[in-house]
Design a binder for this molecule. Structure first.
Ligand SMILES: O=C(O)CCC(=O)C(=O)O
Ligand SMILES: [Fe+2]
Length: 339
Protein backbone atom coordinates (compact mmCIF):
# COMPACT_ATOMS: atom_id res chain seq x y z
CA UNK A 1 0.00 0.00 0.00
CA UNK A 2 1.52 3.32 -1.01
CA UNK A 3 0.62 6.60 0.63
CA UNK A 4 -1.04 7.76 -2.58
CA UNK A 5 -3.70 5.11 -2.03
CA UNK A 6 -4.43 6.05 1.59
CA UNK A 7 -7.07 8.47 2.77
CA UNK A 8 -4.73 10.38 5.13
CA UNK A 9 -1.86 12.73 4.21
CA UNK A 10 1.79 11.67 4.43
CA UNK A 11 4.52 13.96 5.79
CA UNK A 12 8.27 13.45 5.37
CA UNK A 13 9.49 15.07 8.60
CA UNK A 14 13.13 15.05 7.40
CA UNK A 15 12.16 17.98 5.11
CA UNK A 16 11.95 20.16 8.24
CA UNK A 17 15.75 20.05 8.76
CA UNK A 18 16.82 19.57 5.14
CA UNK A 19 18.56 22.73 3.87
CA UNK A 20 17.72 21.67 0.31
CA UNK A 21 13.98 21.42 1.04
CA UNK A 22 11.50 24.26 0.53
CA UNK A 23 10.72 25.15 4.16
CA UNK A 24 7.58 27.15 3.45
CA UNK A 25 6.15 24.38 1.29
CA UNK A 26 6.91 21.83 4.02
CA UNK A 27 5.28 23.98 6.73
CA UNK A 28 2.21 24.49 4.54
CA UNK A 29 1.93 20.71 4.04
CA UNK A 30 2.14 19.80 7.73
CA UNK A 31 -0.17 22.69 8.68
CA UNK A 32 -2.81 21.51 6.20
CA UNK A 33 -2.54 17.89 7.37
CA UNK A 34 -2.92 18.86 11.04
CA UNK A 35 -5.72 21.37 10.35
CA UNK A 36 -7.85 19.35 7.95
CA UNK A 37 -7.42 15.71 8.99
CA UNK A 38 -5.70 15.99 12.39
CA UNK A 39 -4.19 12.60 11.42
CA UNK A 40 -1.24 11.91 9.11
CA UNK A 41 1.50 9.42 8.35
CA UNK A 42 5.08 10.40 9.18
CA UNK A 43 8.10 9.03 7.29
CA UNK A 44 11.72 10.23 7.28
CA UNK A 45 11.67 9.94 11.09
CA UNK A 46 15.02 8.18 11.49
CA UNK A 47 13.84 5.53 13.97
CA UNK A 48 15.92 2.40 13.26
CA UNK A 49 14.04 -0.57 11.81
CA UNK A 50 15.76 -2.73 14.43
CA UNK A 51 13.80 -0.91 17.14
CA UNK A 52 10.43 -0.93 15.37
CA UNK A 53 10.68 -4.67 14.69
CA UNK A 54 12.25 -5.26 18.15
CA UNK A 55 9.28 -3.76 19.99
CA UNK A 56 6.81 -6.00 18.11
CA UNK A 57 8.99 -9.01 18.80
CA UNK A 58 9.06 -8.47 22.60
CA UNK A 59 5.35 -7.66 22.47
CA UNK A 60 4.58 -11.05 20.87
CA UNK A 61 6.73 -12.78 23.46
CA UNK A 62 5.12 -10.96 26.37
CA UNK A 63 1.55 -11.73 25.29
CA UNK A 64 2.53 -15.38 24.75
CA UNK A 65 3.64 -15.70 28.40
CA UNK A 66 1.43 -17.75 30.74
CA UNK A 67 -1.35 -15.58 32.19
CA UNK A 68 0.15 -15.77 35.70
CA UNK A 69 3.35 -14.09 34.43
CA UNK A 70 1.34 -11.31 32.78
CA UNK A 71 -0.86 -10.84 35.84
CA UNK A 72 2.24 -10.52 38.05
CA UNK A 73 2.53 -6.96 36.67
CA UNK A 74 -1.22 -6.20 36.52
CA UNK A 75 -2.00 -2.48 36.73
CA UNK A 76 -4.24 -2.96 39.78
CA UNK A 77 -1.04 -3.55 41.81
CA UNK A 78 -0.27 0.18 41.99
CA UNK A 79 -2.09 3.54 41.74
CA UNK A 80 -0.03 4.70 38.75
CA UNK A 81 -1.89 2.99 35.86
CA UNK A 82 1.24 1.14 34.80
CA UNK A 83 1.62 -2.47 33.84
CA UNK A 84 -0.68 -5.08 32.36
CA UNK A 85 -4.41 -4.84 31.61
CA UNK A 86 -6.30 -8.02 30.70
CA UNK A 87 -8.54 -8.17 27.63
CA UNK A 88 -11.96 -6.69 28.41
CA UNK A 89 -10.83 -4.80 31.53
CA UNK A 90 -10.47 -1.38 29.91
CA UNK A 91 -13.43 0.80 28.90
CA UNK A 92 -13.98 3.49 26.29
CA UNK A 93 -17.30 5.32 26.06
CA UNK A 94 -18.55 3.06 28.87
CA UNK A 95 -18.03 -0.07 26.73
CA UNK A 96 -15.47 -2.82 27.07
CA UNK A 97 -12.40 -2.67 24.79
CA UNK A 98 -11.26 -6.00 23.36
CA UNK A 99 -7.50 -5.61 23.79
CA UNK A 100 -4.76 -6.44 26.29
CA UNK A 101 -1.83 -4.14 26.92
CA UNK A 102 1.09 -2.95 29.00
CA UNK A 103 1.22 0.74 29.96
CA UNK A 104 4.68 2.24 30.31
CA UNK A 105 5.53 5.74 31.51
CA UNK A 106 8.68 7.62 32.45
CA UNK A 107 10.78 5.77 35.03
CA UNK A 108 10.10 7.79 38.20
CA UNK A 109 9.67 7.12 41.92
CA UNK A 110 6.32 7.83 43.59
CA UNK A 111 6.23 11.17 45.46
CA UNK A 112 5.61 11.75 49.19
CA UNK A 113 2.39 13.77 48.97
CA UNK A 114 0.69 16.01 51.52
CA UNK A 115 -3.02 16.86 51.82
CA UNK A 116 -2.59 20.14 49.91
CA UNK A 117 -0.85 18.64 46.91
CA UNK A 118 -2.94 18.18 43.74
CA UNK A 119 -4.29 14.60 43.66
CA UNK A 120 -3.03 13.99 40.13
CA UNK A 121 0.57 13.95 41.40
CA UNK A 122 -0.29 10.44 42.62
CA UNK A 123 -0.13 9.37 38.95
CA UNK A 124 3.67 9.63 39.13
CA UNK A 125 5.43 6.39 40.00
CA UNK A 126 7.47 3.49 38.71
CA UNK A 127 6.71 1.09 35.87
CA UNK A 128 6.09 -2.62 36.39
CA UNK A 129 8.32 -4.91 34.32
CA UNK A 130 7.87 -8.65 33.71
CA UNK A 131 10.48 -10.77 35.52
CA UNK A 132 9.97 -13.47 32.88
CA UNK A 133 10.99 -11.15 30.00
CA UNK A 134 13.71 -8.78 31.28
CA UNK A 135 14.62 -7.54 27.77
CA UNK A 136 11.21 -5.89 27.44
CA UNK A 137 12.32 -3.03 29.70
CA UNK A 138 15.29 -2.07 27.56
CA UNK A 139 13.45 -2.26 24.25
CA UNK A 140 10.34 -0.45 25.54
CA UNK A 141 12.36 2.43 27.04
CA UNK A 142 14.48 2.79 23.90
CA UNK A 143 11.35 2.76 21.71
CA UNK A 144 9.64 5.28 23.98
CA UNK A 145 12.58 7.63 23.85
CA UNK A 146 12.63 7.54 20.03
CA UNK A 147 8.86 8.03 19.87
CA UNK A 148 9.21 11.09 22.10
CA UNK A 149 11.99 12.47 19.90
CA UNK A 150 9.82 12.12 16.77
CA UNK A 151 6.76 13.66 18.48
CA UNK A 152 8.77 16.63 19.71
CA UNK A 153 10.19 17.17 16.24
CA UNK A 154 6.65 17.13 14.80
CA UNK A 155 5.53 19.54 17.56
CA UNK A 156 8.38 21.92 16.70
CA UNK A 157 7.42 21.78 13.02
CA UNK A 158 3.80 22.49 13.95
CA UNK A 159 4.85 25.41 16.18
CA UNK A 160 6.77 26.90 13.27
CA UNK A 161 3.82 26.20 10.95
CA UNK A 162 1.60 28.17 13.36
CA UNK A 163 3.89 31.20 13.18
CA UNK A 164 5.55 30.58 16.57
CA UNK A 165 9.18 29.96 17.53
CA UNK A 166 10.07 26.31 17.04
CA UNK A 167 10.64 25.82 20.80
CA UNK A 168 7.27 27.37 21.76
CA UNK A 169 6.10 24.30 23.74
CA UNK A 170 9.48 22.88 24.75
CA UNK A 171 9.27 23.88 28.45
CA UNK A 172 6.28 21.52 29.00
CA UNK A 173 8.28 18.54 27.72
CA UNK A 174 11.23 18.35 30.11
CA UNK A 175 12.15 15.18 32.04
CA UNK A 176 8.92 15.48 34.08
CA UNK A 177 6.66 15.39 31.01
CA UNK A 178 3.76 12.92 31.44
CA UNK A 179 4.47 10.83 28.36
CA UNK A 180 3.38 7.23 28.07
CA UNK A 181 3.37 4.28 25.73
CA UNK A 182 1.12 1.25 25.41
CA UNK A 183 2.12 -2.08 23.98
CA UNK A 184 -1.12 -3.56 22.71
CA UNK A 185 -2.49 -6.82 21.38
CA UNK A 186 -5.94 -6.88 19.80
CA UNK A 187 -7.22 -10.46 19.72
CA UNK A 188 -9.65 -11.52 17.01
CA UNK A 189 -13.22 -10.41 17.70
CA UNK A 190 -15.14 -12.29 20.36
CA UNK A 191 -18.15 -14.38 19.34
CA UNK A 192 -20.70 -12.12 21.05
CA UNK A 193 -21.19 -9.88 18.00
CA UNK A 194 -19.05 -6.99 19.29
CA UNK A 195 -16.01 -5.61 17.48
CA UNK A 196 -14.79 -2.76 19.73
CA UNK A 197 -10.98 -3.15 19.78
CA UNK A 198 -10.99 0.32 21.27
CA UNK A 199 -14.04 2.58 21.19
CA UNK A 200 -14.21 5.99 19.49
CA UNK A 201 -12.21 8.61 21.38
CA UNK A 202 -9.88 11.59 21.11
CA UNK A 203 -6.40 11.47 22.63
CA UNK A 204 -5.97 14.02 25.39
CA UNK A 205 -2.28 15.01 25.28
CA UNK A 206 -0.57 17.17 22.65
CA UNK A 207 0.23 14.51 20.06
CA UNK A 208 -0.04 10.75 19.73
CA UNK A 209 2.24 8.57 17.61
CA UNK A 210 1.27 5.05 16.58
CA UNK A 211 3.27 2.12 15.29
CA UNK A 212 0.84 -0.43 13.88
CA UNK A 213 1.44 -3.80 12.26
CA UNK A 214 0.15 -4.85 8.85
CA UNK A 215 -3.31 -6.05 9.96
CA UNK A 216 -5.26 -2.76 9.93
CA UNK A 217 -8.41 -1.85 11.86
CA UNK A 218 -7.70 1.74 12.94
CA UNK A 219 -10.36 4.11 11.64
CA UNK A 220 -10.50 7.90 11.69
CA UNK A 221 -13.66 10.00 11.77
CA UNK A 222 -14.33 12.36 8.87
CA UNK A 223 -15.93 15.79 9.36
CA UNK A 224 -19.21 14.38 7.94
CA UNK A 225 -19.31 11.61 10.57
CA UNK A 226 -18.14 8.81 8.26
CA UNK A 227 -15.04 6.72 9.01
CA UNK A 228 -11.91 6.06 6.91
CA UNK A 229 -9.33 3.32 7.35
CA UNK A 230 -5.85 4.36 8.50
CA UNK A 231 -4.37 1.66 6.28
CA UNK A 232 -0.94 0.40 7.40
CA UNK A 233 1.97 2.02 5.50
CA UNK A 234 5.21 0.08 6.21
CA UNK A 235 7.99 2.18 7.76
CA UNK A 236 5.65 5.00 8.81
CA UNK A 237 4.15 6.15 12.09
CA UNK A 238 0.70 7.66 12.33
CA UNK A 239 0.61 10.99 14.16
CA UNK A 240 -2.54 12.62 15.46
CA UNK A 241 -3.43 15.83 17.26
CA UNK A 242 -4.49 15.57 20.91
CA UNK A 243 -7.02 17.69 22.78
CA UNK A 244 -4.42 19.95 24.40
CA UNK A 245 -3.21 21.12 21.01
CA UNK A 246 -6.79 21.64 19.86
CA UNK A 247 -7.34 23.87 22.92
CA UNK A 248 -4.05 25.75 22.43
CA UNK A 249 -5.01 26.56 18.83
CA UNK A 250 -8.69 27.29 19.53
CA UNK A 251 -9.61 24.46 17.21
CA UNK A 252 -7.34 25.47 14.30
CA UNK A 253 -5.75 22.07 14.79
CA UNK A 254 -8.21 19.27 15.37
CA UNK A 255 -8.18 16.32 17.78
CA UNK A 256 -9.89 13.80 15.54
CA UNK A 257 -11.90 10.87 16.88
CA UNK A 258 -10.63 7.42 16.07
CA UNK A 259 -11.36 3.80 16.96
CA UNK A 260 -10.07 0.29 16.33
CA UNK A 261 -12.24 -2.47 14.88
CA UNK A 262 -11.20 -5.92 16.14
CA UNK A 263 -9.44 -8.15 13.63
CA UNK A 264 -11.34 -11.21 12.36
CA UNK A 265 -11.57 -14.24 14.62
CA UNK A 266 -8.23 -16.05 14.89
CA UNK A 267 -6.14 -12.99 13.84
CA UNK A 268 -4.14 -10.82 16.29
CA UNK A 269 -3.22 -7.19 15.70
CA UNK A 270 -0.32 -5.50 17.52
CA UNK A 271 0.19 -1.77 17.95
CA UNK A 272 2.33 0.55 20.05
CA UNK A 273 0.85 4.00 20.65
CA UNK A 274 2.85 6.77 22.32
CA UNK A 275 1.24 9.82 23.91
CA UNK A 276 3.11 13.11 24.15
CA UNK A 277 1.66 14.54 27.36
CA UNK A 278 3.19 17.66 28.93
CA UNK A 279 4.18 18.11 32.59
CA UNK A 280 1.15 17.36 34.78
CA UNK A 281 1.14 20.97 36.00
CA UNK A 282 0.94 22.36 32.45
CA UNK A 283 -1.82 24.89 31.91
CA UNK A 284 -2.67 25.15 28.27
CA UNK A 285 -3.15 28.67 27.07
CA UNK A 286 -4.31 29.85 23.65
CA UNK A 287 -1.57 30.63 21.15
CA UNK A 288 -1.71 33.97 19.38
CA UNK A 289 -2.20 32.74 15.84
CA UNK A 290 -1.44 34.76 12.69
CA UNK A 291 -4.67 36.45 11.54
CA UNK A 292 -5.29 34.16 8.54
CA UNK A 293 -5.03 31.06 10.73
CA UNK A 294 -7.10 32.59 13.56
CA UNK A 295 -9.85 33.24 11.01
CA UNK A 296 -9.92 29.52 10.20
CA UNK A 297 -9.95 28.35 13.86
CA UNK A 298 -13.12 26.39 14.59
CA UNK A 299 -13.28 26.90 18.38
CA UNK A 300 -13.15 24.01 20.79
CA UNK A 301 -15.70 21.22 20.68
CA UNK A 302 -16.66 20.57 24.30
CA UNK A 303 -18.10 17.14 24.93
CA UNK A 304 -20.53 17.22 27.88
CA UNK A 305 -19.62 13.63 28.80
CA UNK A 306 -15.92 14.36 28.68
CA UNK A 307 -15.29 17.97 29.74
CA UNK A 308 -11.89 19.48 29.05
CA UNK A 309 -10.18 20.73 32.20
CA UNK A 310 -7.35 23.17 31.79
CA UNK A 311 -4.60 21.64 33.99
CA UNK A 312 -3.23 18.70 32.10
CA UNK A 313 -2.89 16.56 35.27
CA UNK A 314 -6.65 16.78 35.90
CA UNK A 315 -7.47 15.72 32.32
CA UNK A 316 -5.01 12.87 32.44
CA UNK A 317 -6.34 11.58 35.77
CA UNK A 318 -9.96 11.78 34.60
CA UNK A 319 -9.05 9.78 31.50
CA UNK A 320 -7.27 7.07 33.48
CA UNK A 321 -10.08 6.76 36.05
CA UNK A 322 -12.67 6.30 33.30
CA UNK A 323 -10.74 3.72 31.35
CA UNK A 324 -9.51 1.63 34.30
CA UNK A 325 -12.36 1.38 36.83
CA UNK A 326 -10.68 -1.45 38.78
CA UNK A 327 -7.56 0.63 39.49
CA UNK A 328 -9.86 3.57 40.30
CA UNK A 329 -11.80 1.54 42.88
CA UNK A 330 -8.73 0.10 44.52
CA UNK A 331 -6.49 3.19 44.70
CA UNK A 332 -8.49 6.33 44.07
CA UNK A 333 -11.84 5.87 45.86
CA UNK A 334 -10.96 8.72 48.27
CA UNK A 335 -10.75 11.17 45.36
CA UNK A 336 -14.02 12.93 44.55
CA UNK A 337 -12.69 16.00 42.73
CA UNK A 338 -9.82 15.78 40.24
CA UNK A 339 -9.34 19.41 39.11
O1 LIG B 1 -4.03 0.72 18.39
C1 LIG B 1 -4.40 1.62 17.66
O2 LIG B 1 -4.37 1.56 16.43
C2 LIG B 1 -4.91 2.93 18.24
C3 LIG B 1 -4.93 2.96 19.73
C4 LIG B 1 -5.47 4.22 20.30
O3 LIG B 1 -6.08 5.01 19.63
C5 LIG B 1 -5.24 4.54 21.72
O4 LIG B 1 -4.79 3.65 22.47
O5 LIG B 1 -5.48 5.71 22.10
FE1 LIG C 1 -6.18 6.96 20.62
Amino acid sequence: MSAAETALPLIDISRFRDPAADRDAFLADIRRAAHEAGFFYVVGHGVPEELTSGIFEVARRFFALPEAERLAIENVNTPHFRGYTRTGHEYTGGRRDWREQIDVGPEREALELGPDDPVWLRLIGPNQWPAALPELREVALAWQSEAQRVCQEVLRALSAALGQPEDYFDAWFDEEAATHAKIVRYPGRPDDGTDQGVGAHKDYGFLALLQQDEIGGLQVELPDGGWVDATPVPGSFILNIGEMLEIATQGYLIATKHRVISPPEGVDRYSVPFFLGPRLDAFVEPIELPADLAAAARGISQDADNPLLSAYGANALLGWLRSHPEVARRWWSDVTQVG
